[in-house]
Design a protein around this ligand. Structure first.
Ligand code: HH2
Length: 282
């Protein structure tokens, strides 16, 4: 199984770690830490040194209740860092729902569009379809960031998420986007209760039946706080545990803040499956 992106055809026979670089003052767990372009680039370089496989740059927080960022400001935060991150030798993803940001990022050479709106903003599908080969991550979200936690979804989340991802994928296929460019993401925390999020993990296999690679984003999410009582800044262990559980249940990519620890945990999983790892032998 592969994920076709602009410059890289990512081999997904091994689990892949996507490192989160938030270029925002207000992200829920690392807001403000990487606002200056040179700090953000240093963070990207550090992640590459720690073994990250994909960098995910986001310039607008999706934290519930966060006000939208104007287009010009998002571009100003994103483009200088993107330009430099593209020189680091790993695929670079851009976390945005704005078609104009997608177009500008793809014009610079971005490898992947990661959209928590699953390309439902007017013009977003077309922006991706106009590109010959960029990768895309379609994520399920119930409601919208402003209000999603006030009115979480009702009922069994798993079939609803599956039907949503199937529908959005069809819409993208209709515009000519090849299957191997598309990954799915259940959207942990996006308008779902902790019980629904954990059901999406326990029954993740139901989301794999269509054959799209699954990307899972559990890192530091509030459901982990709900389960453990740990505050946002103390969710490393629960995050790594969730990443391993997601991979064990068939996720191919995990989106994380803590790259070094996740890479090490997944090396244990890989060793168990007889995959060679880059770990040093004692
Ligand atoms: N989660 C967040 C943002 N983007 N993209 C995908 N594909 N999957 C996710 O689970 C996902 C995402 C929220 O986390 P974070 O980027 O750390 O926070 P913020 O949105 O506050 O910047």
């Amino acid at each position: 199984m592969h994920w076709q992106t602009t410059r890289f055809r990512i081999d997904l026979t091994r689990p892949r770690v996507m490192g989160i670089v938030n270029l925002t003052p207000d992200s829920f767990s690392d807001g403000g830490q990487h606002l200056a372009p040179q700090d953000a680039l240093r963070r990207c370089e550090q992640m590459v040194a720690e073994g990250v496989h994909i960098l995910d740059l986001g310039a607008e927080s999706t934290r519930p209740g966060t006000p939208p960022v104007p287009l010009a400001e998002e571009l100003e935060r994103l483009l200088p860092v993107l330009r430099d991150a593209l020189t680091l030798g790993v695929p670079v993803s851009v976390d945005t729902y704005k078609p104009e940001v997608m177009r500008r990022a793809l014009a610079l050479g971005a490898d992947i569009v990661n959209d928590v709106w699953a390309l439902r903003q007017p013009g977003a599908r077309e922006a991706v379809a106009a590109h010959p080969s960029c990768g895309v991550c379609l994520m399920h979200m119930h409601g919208e960031p402003q209000t999603m936690q006030r009115t979480p979804m009702a009922g069994d989340a798993v079939p609803q998420v599956l039907a949503f991802l199937q529908r959005e994928t069809q819409a993208l296929h209709a515009l000519g986007v090849a299957r191997e460019r598309i990954t799915w993401d259940p959207g942990i925390g996006f308008g779902k209760s902790p019980a629904q999020n954990f059901a999406l993990l326990a029954r993740q296999a139901e989301l794999l039946a269509d054959g799209h690679p699954l990307l899972a984003g559990w890192s530091r999410k509030s459901s982990l706080g709900h389960a453990t009582g740990a505050p946002t800044n103390d969710r490393l262990v629960p995050s790594v545990a969730a990443a391993v559980l997601a991979v064990e249940r068939g996720a191919r990519i995990v989106r994380v803040h803590d790259v070094r620890e996740t890479v090490a945990a997944l090396q244990v999983w890989q060793a168990m499956h007889g995959q060679e790892t880059t770990g040093a032998t004692p």
